[in-house]
Design a protein around this ligand. Structure first.
Ligand code: NAD
Length: 305
């Protein structure tokens, strides 16, 4: 049997590439254009992508040998999963690879809000020394409301407990045992929003979670509360968030994800009590290394039968 061929179409960690080279001929072309991919894909048994390369129905239909589409990351938004399933092609990803990284980023954003780190940084760089302007709050003793206690939410629980936070969770799909094991109080969304000092979102974007946090929900929150979203844009209604921040219904927000990315022209960009990062929740070398190794091992397992 001829050697399997794998195309690495977006840059992934070297360790993932060397794992694959043990079982397959690996071609790395991380600048391949959509047109070039349409022609090249016919020769490959597997393709590995991150976010840049789109594996469309057209690409899939031009790939008679293709058996696996691997995304070295969490979602598979850039893969036409329906088209792959129609052709019996496996779509794999590495959802567990980035959980700690995203949890750490969420906590970083909580601290940035609580201690006004981003705005204080800007002020010092402008040559100012405004000590009185940046009075903060401690996380210790505050109530943290976690919406969604899956892989990332659970990592947030473990770490924020060490900060001395009281934790409330809203997740209708977790078992009583899982909640007990984590030592958290499970509650309804309304209670969580009313009682939390900080709310952090860790649910997927689904029809059910689109605009889960909108006008009515902001009205329930404390006017001193902060909200953090490192999950997906669209879970928070950004127009409602802007109004809630402007009207003082909540005290601040930190977002890594947006309804439109980048959030060009968003009025949120003008607010001082907002901390924004460019969808870098999963961007650590450790998470990217683990994602590459996980998908490489899965491809190896499939190839080795
Ligand atoms: P997960 O599937 O492990 O956990 C999601 C949790 O949400 C589950 O426990 C589920 O029961 C719960 N849930 C689902 N629908 C719900 C609802 N309507 N109300 C309340 N809870 C609900 O997912 P994960 O790996 O923890 O990822 C969570 C989110 O983080 C996803 O949206 C993912 O796309 C996002 N994410 C973002 C980045 C980033 O770069 N910022 C990176 C990785 C993941």
């Amino acid at each position: 049997m001829s050697r399997m061929k794998v195309l690495i179409a977006d840059s992934i960690n070297e360790k993932g590439i060397s794992e694959l080279e043990e079982v397959a001929e690996v071609v790395v072309n991380t600048t391949i254009t959509p047109e070039e991919l349409l022609d090249a894909i016919k020769d490959f048994d597997a393709i590995v992508v991150r976010s840049r390369t789109k594996v469309t129905r057209e690409v899939i239909e031009a790939a008679p040998r293709l058996k696996i589409i691997a995304r070295a990351g969490v979602g598979v938004d850039n893969v036409d999963v329906k088209a792959a399933t129609d052709r019996g092609i496996m779509v794999i990803n590495a959802p567990e690879s980035t959980s700690i990284t995203v949890a750490e980023h969420s906590i970083g954003l909580m601290l940035a809000l609580a201690r006004k780190i981003a705005i204080a940084d800007r002020s010092v760089k402008e040559g100012k020394w405004e000590k009185n302007r940046f009075m903060g709050i401690e996380l210790n003793g505050k109530t943290l409301g976690i919406i969604g206690m899956g892989r990332i939410g659970s990592q947030v629980v473990v770490r924020t407990k060490a900060f001395g936070m009281d934790i409330m969770v809203y997740d209708p799909y977790i078992s009583k045992e899982a909640a007990e094991e984590m030592g958290v109080t499970v509650t309804d969304l309304e209670t969580l929003l009313r009682e939390s000092d900080i709310v952090t979102i860790h649910v997927p974007l689904t029809p059910e979670t689109r605009h889960l946090i909108s006008e009515d929900e902001f009205k329930l929150m404390k006017d001193t509360a902060f909200i953090v979203n490192c999950a997906r844009g669209g879970i928070i209604d950004e127009d409602a968030l802007y109004r809630a921040l402007k009207d003082g219904e909540i005290a601040g927000a930190a977002l890594d994800v947006f309804e439109e990315e980048p959030p060009e022209g968003s009025p949120l960009l003008e607010l001082e009590n907002v901390v924004l990062t460019p969808h870098i929740g999963a961007s650590t070398s450790e998470a990217q290394r683990d994602a590459a190794i996980i998908v490489a091992n899965e491809i190896k397992t499939v190839f080795q039968g």
